[in-house]
Write a protein of this length. Structure first.
Length: 156
């Protein structure tokens, strides 16, 4: 999957902005941020075993390791890590038990809707629910996406 870039100012606020912007972030602050991200991943019930998360505040980078049953779970973990304020890169090193093709990704911009995104990728605005389902449980409603968010766009 490689290294994914994200917008640092967009996303879930899991740890204090001031902590992550400290002039000389400590290992303790990095560890607390990593724990917050790991806890967030666990609340999504993504079935990742041996989950390990590291955060480097100076680079805004999350490195995540573990084992996932599917490519979709691996990609959702990338989104959980990256769609967090103060994260601008995710190095997903998770091993997939049952490899499958990778999905495309879309960076949400102002004015985007799932219908418009669906029209762009699938040629059919009514397939928006495919994108919504592919991004659950991170998305709680098809009407709640925000600029800077990155979404999975699975193949039909």
């Amino acid at each position: 999957m490689g290294l994914f870039s994200f917008i640092k100012e967009a996303g879930e606020k899991l740890f204090g902005g001031g902590d992550a912007h400290a002039a000389a972030p400590s290992e303790d602050l990095n560890a607390k941020a990593a724990q917050a991200i790991a806890a967030y991943i666990n609340t999504q019930n993504l079935d990742v075993t041996n989950l390990q998360v590291q955060f480097d505040a100076t680079q805004g980078k999350v490195t995540v390791q573990g084992d996932a049953p599917t490519q979709a779970v691996k990609e959702k973990v990338t989104l959980c890590c990256g769609n967090v304020t103060n994260v601008q890169a995710v190095d997903n090193q998770i091993i997939v038990t049952n490899p499958e093709p990778e999905a495309q990704f879309h960076d949400v911009v102002r004015g985007d809707t799932l219908s418009a995104i669906s029209k762009k990728y699938y040629g059919d605005a009514n397939k928006y629910n495919t994108i919504f389902e592919a991004n659950k449980p991170m998305l709680s409603s098809p009407d709640r996406i925000y600029p800077g968010q990155k979404l999975r766009i699975p193949a039909l």
